[in-house]
Design a binder for this molecule. Structure first.
Ligand code: PEP
Ligand code: MN
Length: 337
């Protein structure tokens, strides 16, 4: 349910609405717009319907959210809500770029790549310590050792760190070293994991599943918010289609659709989306033109030796060129980088 206050409602009236509604055993999420305040009410629908919310002074309207996803819906906030990773805000006026290798492989590797991507303008460092590999015989990641190396790279560069969590049992370890939890495409509907990260204090980036619809993605995000964690970013990373010329098909359509459907920031991963190094920059530029709030781009200083995803990783110099291209597009659409 959504409460919209009158344009001239006072701060005291807003406080009173929140007090009254929480007194009924319901939870409130307050979003302040320029002229009105939107209060999202969370709790059992029948209890909400029974309460005389419309009678509270300062309330203009009380509307149910008819969509199956409630807390993630745009109406629930009535505005886009930026999410901070470390000190970096995503979903504000500036486009943010997250970058780093697919997997953390060694101290030298992660620190050197972190320095290179930072110099080119990346603001957040990515790197996998727990890797979801198609084959059980492929490199599975360095685990906790990889998390420690990511934290060292953060020490050196000052960049906050995002890394994937694959199993609920790893939550404490990942929380100890990372600034943002990544849920990978293959785990988008691992509901036990979604609930676990929903109880975390860290922001969560949820990647779209390989065969998931936009609605499936939003319903999965709803699991995280329903546990109390509203700091969620959605990531379009390409879906499976009949096309075989590219690794996946980056669904650019998802960007404007998600911006309209949800208040959550939208991240695009052109690297996994196309899977071909020479075309990553084109798709990064297209994503920013279509309204992406952030990009996630894989970079490696020696792609032919990479333990995962070498064929799609950019060299640091290529990444610097991508950044120039993306900066020009960001400026053209009225956003900085
Ligand atoms: C990754 O970011 O390295 C990754 C494994 O991504 P996805 O879950 O989108 O395949
Ligand atoms: Mn990868």
């Amino acid at each position: 349910m959504i409460i919209i206050t009158k344009p001239n409602a006072t701060e005291q009236q807003v406080d009173h609405i929140v007090e009254r509604v929480t007194g009924w055993g319901l939870r409130c999420e307050v979003s302040r717009g320029e002229s009105r305040v939107v209060i999202g009410v969370i709790g059992p629908e029948d209890l909400i319907r029974e309460m005389p919310i419309a009678a509270i002074p300062g309330v203009e309207s009380v509307t149910p959210v008819l969509k199956p996803y409630k807390l993630v819906s745009y109406e629930f906030r009535g505005m886009h809500s930026p999410v901070a990773i470390g000190g970096v805000s995503i979903g504000g006026p500036e486009v943010v770029v997250m970058s780093g290798p697919c997997s953390v492989e060694s101290r030298e590797q992660i620190v050197s790549i972190a320095k290179d991507v930072k110099a080119a303008g990346a603001r957040i460092l990515r790197g996998g310590a727990f890797k979801p590999r198609t084959s059980p015989y492929s490199f599975q990641g360095l685990g906790v050792e990889g998390l420690k190396l990511l934290a060292e790279a953060r020490e050196v560069t000052g960049m906050p760190v995002i890394t994937e969590i694959m199993d609920t049992k790893d939550i404490e370890a990942v929380e100890q070293y990372a600034d943002c939890l990544q849920i990978g495409a293959r785990n988008m509907q691992n509901f036990a994991l979604l609930k676990e990260v929903g109880r975390s204090k860290l922001p969560v980036m949820l990647k779209r599943g390989l065969s998931a619809t936009i609605k499936d993605l939003l319903m999965s995000a709803e699991y995280i918010l329903s546990e109390g964690n509203f700091n969620v970013l959605l990531c379009e990373r390409g879906i499976r289609t009949f096309e075989t010329a590219t690794r996946n098909t980056l669904d650019l359509n998802a960007i404007p659709v998600l911006k309209a459907e949800t208040h959550l920031p939208v991240v695009v991963d052109p690297t996994h989306g196309i899977g071909l190094r020479e075309h990553v920059a084109a798709m990064a530029a297209a994503a920013v033109a279509a309204g992406a709030d952030a990009l996630m781009v894989e970079v490696h200083n020696s792609p032919e030796l990479a333990k995962s995803d070498g064929e799609q990783a950019l060299l640091p110099d290529e990444f610097a060129l991508l950044m120039n291209r993306v900066r020009a597009v960001a400026e053209a659409v009225g956003r900085g980088l």
